[in-house]
Design a protein. Structure first.
Length: 298
């Protein structure tokens, strides 16, 4: 796990659903790096969404169950590809054979921990999906990966935000985990809303005590329990039919979330279904939050 500083507190509210990438982003310049450690040819290490890309050999190092519907894998893409990963929120394409359809996966490990070429991905396993095919491979099997893509969370646009909401659903926790562990938001007070169907669908529960030990405050709604001194509040859509956006609206209606300094000091980072992100953006802008301070990684 990336280093976290004890001067910053994180308030986590776990809630509802699963992540989906949004298309149609502006193109960015491609970055070139030295030859691939596997093939010897020059590698494009970062490209924009929608740009045709080459794929390069990589190796599935480890895999383990992260939740009832998600599998955590570590892939050795080599330091050449990894040098394109510079900002939390970036993603990569993975497939097994040249003719296969690639899956797009946000990187869950922070950039500093990926410099040796090992990246962490959280794959949602659905029947017939690329993620299922990758998770059915034996450890040590070879896969194909694209260069790193996307610009990640543009946190340079919110340098003065003293309060930041982090919102994720399902596998959308991946880039949120990366941004937390990267330390790029250490100047702010963070409040995380994390949505899953139920407790068994939630990933990274083992990080709660670790985050708490370095000053991370984690709270939950329903049910409430204590873990290593961490108060956890959780809303599961499968049990309550509540979603992250409805819980967030209730918090605002009750006088919460908007800091006493006013909505101008609040910024938001989101990763999840486009419909959820659009709804949350509407809720927050109605509460006075600057829409330019509401960011996604896609």
């Amino acid at each position: 796990m990336g280093r976290l500083h004890s001067s910053r507190k994180l308030l986590c509210c776990f809630g509802v659903t699963a992540a989906k990438e949004e298309q149609g982003q502006a193109k960015e310049p491609a970055l070139h790096c030295r030859g691939s450690p596997y093939s010897g040819k020059e590698v494009l290490t970062e490209v924009a969404w929608g740009t045709p890309v080459d794929f390069y050999p990589a190796k599935l190092c480890t895999k383990k169950t992260a939740s009832s519907c998600l599998t955590l894998v570590r892939v050795d893409v080599g330091p050449t590809i990894a040098c394109g990963y510079t900002q939390p929120g970036q993603y990569i394409q993975v497939k097994i054979n040249e003719s296969d359809k690639a899956g797009y996966y946000a990187i869950a490990s922070p950039p500093a921990e990926s410099r040796d070429g090992i990246i962490e991905l959280l794959l949602k396993v659905q029947p017939g999906s690329t993620a299922e095919a990758v998770c059915n491979l034996e450890e040590g099997a070879h896969v194909l990966v694209s260069p790193v893509q996307g610009s990640g969370f543009p946190v340079d646009k919110i340098p003065d935000a003293s309060n930041i909401l982090l919102v994720a659903t399902g596998s959308g926790i991946s880039p949120i985990k990366a941004v937390i562990e990267s330390g790029v938001l250490n100047q702010a007070k963070l409040h995380l809303f994390y949505g899953t169907k139920d407790k068994d669908s939630s990933s990274y529960p083992e990080l709660i005590p670790e985050w708490e030990s370095v000053g991370v405050q984690v709270s939950q709604l329903i049910p409430v329990w204590e873990s290593a001194g961490v108060q956890v509040t959780q809303v599961f859509s499968g049990d309550t039919k509540h979603y992250v956006q409805s819980v967030l609206q209730k918090e605002i209606d009750g006088g919460g979330l908007i800091p006493k300094e006013g909505p101008g000091s609040l910024a938001v980072l989101m990763c999840g279904h486009k419909s959820m992100c659009d709804e949350i953006k509407g809720i927050l802008t109605a509460a006075g939050v600057d829409p330019n301070n509401i960011l996604t990684n896609m």
